[in-house]
Design a protein around this ligand. Structure first.
Ligand SMILES: Cc1cc2nc3c(=O)[nH]c(=O)nc-3n(C[C@H](O)[C@H](O)[C@H](O)COP(=O)(O)OP(=O)(O)OC[C@H]3O[C@@H](n4cnc5c(N)ncnc54)[C@H](O)[C@@H]3O)c2cc1C
Length: 510
């Protein structure tokens, strides 16, 4: 039995929600993965009278497509979509059966209006928590637009294909046979990359806001909710709703919630925001800010949005190590997400640059998957918590090199090594390896403020007072983009609330 009793019980409830018949067209051989796939498809068909199965020949063996009777949707799963992809399979069954996908009408229209042929292939691993978002987004696009098709490919089942395409990170998406993008993406992100971004005309008639929040992470969401609860006109502009938590697997310190996962928390934030009258502008990047009579923010599409007060909550992103080879080999052996990309390096030798908490957590995590991990730390000692260091040193397949300055990540078409300088002796060393995980902290997303009058410290963090006020009257800031002492979800949310209450206070006094 490929599905255990608990999963079957849950699945039975979901399958009852199917609204019509679905035809699975199956292409299988005699290998083990084909047998597993046939077993999965067989169990699904036994569980719902709405699921029909027929044998066919598809491009990949094993694979199966999910169709309406008499109408192909273009959705195909190559391999066995269990693990994190099981949800993608269940959603595909429900949506193909007639249940509407949970995306807003504007996005549906954007997808339906795409012109041309888009054949997507997404390479995933079943342990990757970022992959289902991409798979589910592309499946919805296939469902809504007959010009779009999507095949999810489990890299573990199609190793030769992964090797020949030089794929070293998941999810990696190909469009019409060419590399398209790597990493987590929402429907909005994919549409934006295809050139279908919200048009400047969509912003032309917007009345000025009382509070406009820039950033849709925990700080921005909290600011917007606190502002809207005062009954004032509130808007939120975000390039990628959810922010860093979209890249976070387990969260155990969001007080009152013992355990959650980043994407789940991001979905709850969005749901909470949607309870209020907040104008949410997603997939839009802000490129400038200027104080005139009102405060004006310039969007990347050329539109200008005005507000009486602004809350900057643009957060932070991974810091690059900034050595030759890092950018050239990004997704060709240079990676930033151990949870996502670790499985691709199974049985291989990798390095982790950085000996802080995130670096050592990554090294411990990777040691369970790869053959060997070398940790490279610039300082003479690791900075990670003692408990993490003890765990690291208990592992037999880890080497720690301290006081080492990474000089270059080497490779030809993909990473083949790393050169570092021993800071004690000045000697140069080269290690042969196949992957490098960069884990050296974060930089604030404030570069776009460089032509503004808003004061930042030498790290680029926005300087705020205890009320979240910047040096410009009416402009407030919150979360990881500020000079706050600690960068955490709960702290960002708290500072978002502070900034919103301060903005409200400013409005009633001015
Ligand atoms: C891998 C990882 C694991 C973590 N684990 C934990 C944990 O377990 N517990 C914990 O408390 N914290 C954790 N953190 C830290 C936590 O995620 C951050 O402190 C928190 O997300 C900061 O929230 P924020 O809203 O300030 O910024 P972000 O989450 O960075 O959000 C910034 C928002 O601004 C948007 N934005 C940026 N620039 C622009 C622009 N120019 N125009 C428009 N929008 C823009 C972004 O798209 C995003 O919506 C983790 C972080 C990482 C990376």
């Amino acid at each position: 039995m490929i599905l255990d009793a608990d999963i079957k019980a849950q699945l039975a409830q979901y399958l009852q929600m199917m609204e019509g018949d679905v035809l699975l067209k199956v292409s299988a051989g005699n290998d083990k993965v084909s047998n597993d796939m046939l077993e999965l498809v067989g169990e699904l068909a036994k569980m719902s009278p709405n699921i029909k199965v027929e044998r066919t020949n598809l491009d990949r063996i094993p694979s199966f497509s999910v169709n309406r009777i008499g109408e192909d949707t273009g959705i195909t799963f190559a391999g066995v979509p269990l693990g994190h992809e099981f949800t993608s399979l269940v959603l595909a069954l429900l949506q193909v059966s007639g249940r509407a996908p949970k995306i807003d009408q504007k996005l549906m229209d954007q997808i339906k209006n795409l012109k041309g042929e888009y054949h997507f292939e997404s390479y995933i691993s079943l342990t990757c928590h970022n992959c289902p978002d991409v798979v589910q987004a592309l499946n919805v696009m296939s469902l809504l637009n007959p010009g779009v098709t999507h095949t999810m490919i489990d890299g573990a089942a199609f190793k030769d294909e992964v090797e020949s395409k030089g794929i070293m990170a998941v999810p990696t998406v190909f469009l019409n046979g060419e590399f398209f993008e790597s990493g987590r993406m929402s429907v909005e992100d994919i549409l934006a990359k295809l050139g279908s971004k919200p048009d400047a005309s969509e912003f032309a008639d917007k009345e000025p806001f009382d509070v406009l929040v820039v950033g849709g992470g925990p700080a921005g969401a909290s600011s917007a909710i606190y502002a809207a609860r005062k009954g004032i006109r509130t808007g939120i502009v975000a390039e990628r709703f959810g922010g860093q938590i979209m890249d976070t697997l387990g969260i155990e310190n969001f007080i009152s919630v013992k355990y959650t996962e980043g994407p789940k928390l991001a979905a709850s934030l969005e749901e909470h925001i949607n309870e209020y009258n907040i104008d949410v502008m997603k997939s839009v990047r802000v490129e400038g800010i200027e104080k005139k009579d009102l405060i004006e923010v310039q969007l990347e599409n050329g539109a200008v949005v005005k507000s009486k007060t602004i809350i900057l909550a643009t957060g932070a992103r991974w810091r690059n190590v900034g050595v030759p080879g890092e950018l050239e080999f990004k997704n060709k052996g240079v990676a930033y997400c151990p949870h996502c990309d670790g499985p691709i390096f199974e049985g291989k030798h990798v390095a982790v640059i950085g000996g802080g908490n995130s670096g050592i957590e990554a090294a411990i995590d990777l040691a369970g998957v790869v053959k060997h991990v070398t940790v490279i730390e610039f300082l003479p000692e690791l900075k990670a918590d003692k408990v993490l260091q003890e765990r690291l040193y208990s592992l037999s397949n880890v080497t720690v090199i301290k006081n080492a300055q990474t000089k270059e990540i080497t490779g030809t078409d993909k990473v083949n090594g790393l050169t570092y300088i021993d800071r004690d002796s000045g000697e140069e060393h080269h290690i042969e390896l196949e992957g490098v995980f960069v884990q050296i902290g974060l930089v604030p997303n404030t570069d776009w403020l460089s032509n503004s009058a808003i004061e930042r410290n030498r790290f680029g963090e926005i300087i705020v007072d205890k009320r979240g006020a910047t040096n410009i009257p009416g402009v407030f800031a919150a979360g990881d983009c500020t000079d706050s002492a600690y960068k955490q979800i709960i702290i960002s949310m708290g500072s978002g609330a502070t900034a919103a209450l301060s903005a409200f206070d400013y409005l009633i006094r001015n």
